[in-house]
Design a protein around this ligand. Structure first.
Ligand code: FE2
Length: 381
């Protein structure tokens, strides 16, 4: 049955957050003891249509009634245009809410500023240029309608704050034990916050407020124990390689998202008057999901589409991440900027000379060696 998201939308003032009504008529919530809606929450797709297809199919199989997408739809991987078609198709079939991520801001600012300054064969801007060229005006207009934060109201259920980074900033990371994160949680008007941007699937609780991060559909990150790889006890510098060698385990990809299941109203009606925190805890239950898929085509298409040529070091970081190495685009970029400042005195994003990215990636690779099934895995070089 095709269901529609409610249209009601109003502006409220805390951090300029839009309030959106969602699921006012699912046909389930009003059915007394029957369960409420299940909402699939997906984020950080980054142009990986293969991973998105797997997540969408899995969510449908698990009975998702609607979808909340937390931003960063394009970038890093080869098919933003396929990602956008999958998203539009999903929005025709299910209630969907979309949040704007920092990546969407990059494309919109580039268009607004007259499409100047990004270069091919330059990892940071070449990668963005590649995605920008595959996005249509319709996609950019769609992004321009999105908000980075929304308070989501669902009939009979505690409200949810949905954002890409944090309720305050699109590129802020909500992290466990981080004083700014804890302060934001303390002042939140909602007891449940959904965020993304870190690519790390996790749950943070503090003073009755829960932050849930679904992880990344397209490029998940595993800063602790990777599901496939174990760190070597005594890391050794990786042996020099010449050219691009095949990676023995890069056929496997992982994709993450979560499903929020609403418990039946009868299960939480009694606590709804006690406190917002008790109500949210009783009404919502999260299911964290990690899927494995065949990622060979994801890697092949980095080359076949020309993205690798347009952003060589950036793509090698992507490959290293898929292999489970403890680095991210952000960590390599930060080190490259440090090197750039040391060498030439100043450096501003996104103009980072390729040589510094190259050096930063070499350093990150040299300090990490992984083991997978008895085999030493080398970082992409
Ligand atoms: Fe992001």
């Amino acid at each position: 049955m095709k269901r529609k998201a409610a249209k009601g939308r109003k502006y409220i003032n805390m951090y300029n957050i839009y309030e959106e009504k969602f699921f006012t008529d699912t046909g389930r919530q009003s059915a007394g003891t029957r369960s409420g809606p299940s909402i699939a929450v997906m984020a950080d797709i980054h142009g990986n249509d293969t991973a998105l297809e797997h997540c969408l199919a899995d969510a449908r199989e698990r009975g998702a009634d609607g979808f909340l997408f937390l931003g960063d739809y394009a970038g890093e991987l080869a098919h933003p245009e396929r990602v956008m078609s999958l998203l539009y198709r999903t929005a025709e079939q299910y209630p969907c809410l979309f949040i704007r991520g920092n990546k969407e801001n990059y494309w919109l600012n580039y268009r607004k500023n007259g499409e100047q300054g990004w270069k091919e064969r330059d990892s940071v801007t070449g990668c963005m240029l590649y995605s920008y060229r595959r996005l249509t005006q319709r996609d950019l207009d769609f992004f321009s309608q999105l908000e980075p934060v929304r308070k989501v109201e669902i009939s009979g259920l505690p409200p949810i704050l949905a954002c890409h980074g944090s309720p305050k900033r699109v590129n802020q990371k909500l992290l466990p034990g981080d004083p700014e994160t804890l302060a934001l949680m303390e002042e939140s008007s909602c007891s449940l916050i959904l965020c993304a941007h870190t690519h790390v699937q996790r749950k943070i609780t503090h003073r009755g407020v829960t932050v849930l991060n679904p992880g990344s559909v397209g490029i998940p990150s595993f800063p602790g124990q990777h599901p496939f790889f174990a760190p070597e006890e005594k890391p050794e510098p990786a042996a020099p390689q010449h050219g691009r060698e095949p990676h023995p385990v890069s056929e496997k990809g992982l994709a993450q998202y979560l499903i929020l299941h609403a418990r039946p109203v009868s299960a939480h009606a009694a606590v709804s008057a006690q406190s917002a925190a008790a109500w949210a805890a009783a009404a919502w239950e999260e299911e964290m999901i990690t899927l494995e898929y065949d990622a060979r085509c994801v890697f092949e298409e980095l080359h076949a589409t020309g993205l690798y040529g347009n952003a060589p070091v950036w793509c090698r970081i992507t490959e290293a991440l898929f292999q489970g190495f403890p680095l991210t685009h952000g960590s390599v970029l930060a080190r490259a900027m440090e090197l750039c400042v040391q060498k030439i005195g100043s450096c501003s994003w996104p103009d980072i000379p390729e040589a510094f990215l190259e050096q930063a990636l070499e350093e990150a690779c040299a300090s990490a060696t992984l083991r997978h099934g008895g085999q030493i895995v080398k970082c992409a070089r």
